[in-house]
Design a binder for this molecule. Structure first.
Ligand code: ZN
Length: 128
């Protein structure tokens, strides 16, 4: 990977991270603010309203959680860029394809290791 490519990836990762932080904070602000858009006749009682709010909060939390995970991956990718091992799979050390990096610049794994990881995660998760 050339110096030029590395600095392009760094720029992309940094702007991605900034956008992620902005969106997380924006969502949290929206959630705290009152929602005046709901017309009175659309209200279906306090109880239903309350459960709807709870559902929205749960959704927001899980969204924020996956955003937080991605932010963490981006920060790790930036650290790898600094250390010079960016673009190498953290599992097997093989170079991650440039095409894959352009698609997901924060990915820590090559496609092969990623697929194995996902298959393992699926087999670990409890069946309902
Ligand atoms: Zn690998």
């Amino acid at each position: 990977m050339t110096q030029r490519q590395r600095s392009d990836f760094r720029k992309r990762l940094e702007s991605e991270l900034a956008a992620l932080y902005r969106s997380v904070h924006g969502e949290v602000r929206d959630e705290i603010a009152p929602r005046p858009l709901l017309a009175d006749e659309e209200r279906v009682g306090d109880e239903a309203d309350e459960s709807q709010r709870t559902q929205q909060r749960d959704l927001l939390l899980s969204l924020a959680e996956s955003d937080a995970r991605r932010a963490q991956m981006i920060e790790q990718a930036l650290r790898r860029l600094t250390h010079g091992d960016y673009g190498e799979c953290v599992e097997c050390g093989a170079p991650i394809g440039l095409g894959r990096l352009k698609l997901i610049p924060w990915t820590p794994r090559c496609l092969e290791c990623q697929e194995r990881e996902e298959a393992e995660a699926r087999s670990r998760s409890p069946t309902m």
